[in-house]
Write a protein of this length. Structure first.
Length: 263
């Protein structure tokens, strides 16, 4: 009769398996968005290569034109997201520190207006009141993407256990040190989730920048619609979706890296 100590448990079996084998499912799940995007882009490329493109489609569906539009789209989206982080996180900290309900209501109310207004409305209104071009589209994206980061900053700081704050103060930390060393690290997962949402918002809304001559992949989508060149329209839409998925994936990786251990 076999001794119970010699019967391998499930935990023992898992521990004796190679680490690479146990890590493969996690790695596969992590890489799945990249695989899906690569497959979709490959299918789109193969489909376009089978078509007989006319002169208008050839001027649009070429490497130079597509690369230029992708570059414009990425610059606009990423710059807007950086500005949102620079502006919305301090605003969220200020609101969370303020005891004034009026101040809190004003800040959140203004941010809500920007989020509730249709993106095309914000872009066109700013273009009428100000000017057309990259700067106007950038301001519109910042206004539209401001609310998720603001709300997540407030929520992330609010969920920090008051006992942890008191312990930090008891150790002699100042209010600024408690914020930098304790509260912000603990709130970082929620804040980063807001930034991730703002990035995806910015990529989608950047397509309407074409209406005010700010470039981007919206040019391809609008030209495809106006000229009834559906290959151009489909390629533009697929590229926007692919960029949104890739940026969301990259943001999730950064979120996992920055997240404090144990959270």
């Amino acid at each position: 009769m076999q001794s119970p100590d010699l019967v391998p448990s499930a935990t023992t079996v898992l521990q004796t398996q190679p680490a690479e084998r146990r890590g493969m499912p996690v790695l596969l799940r992590r890489m799945m968005p990249l695989i899906v995007v690569a497959v979709v882009l490959l299918i789109t490329f193969l489909w376009i290569s089978t078509l007989e493109l006319d002169s208008i489609e050839q001027r649009t569906l070429n490497a130079d034109y597509i690369t230029a539009r992708i570059g414009e789209h990425l610059i606009l989206s990423i710059t807007a997201s950086i500005l949102v982080a620079v502006l919305a996180i301090p605003a969220g900290i200020a609101v969370s520190r303020s005891s004034s309900r009026v101040f809190r209501g004003i800040v959140i109310g203004i941010a809500n207006i920007g989020q509730a207004t249709p993106a095309i409305g914000v872009v066109i209104l700013l273009a009428i009141l100000w000017q057309t071009g990259f700067t106007t589209a950038l301001v519109a994206l910042v206004i539209y993407s401001f609310l998720p980061v603001l709300q997540n900053t407030i929520a992330g700081l609010a969920q920090v256990d008051p006992n942890i704050r008191e312990s930090a103060r008891g150790m002699g930390m100042t209010s600024g040190q408690v914020l930098r060393r304790v509260e912000l690290p603990l709130a970082s997962p929620v804040i980063l989730a807001g930034l991730r949402t703002a990035l995806v918002f910015a990529v989608g809304v950047a397509t309407v920048a074409t209406f005010i001559n700010a470039g981007g992949l919206g040019d391809m989508i609008i030209n495809g619609l106006k000229l009834q060149r559906y290959p151009v329209l489909i390629v533009g839409a697929v590229l926007v979706a692919a960029i949104a998925v890739l940026i969301d994936w990259a943001a999730s990786v950064v979120e996992d890296i920055v997240r404090p251990k144990g959270l």
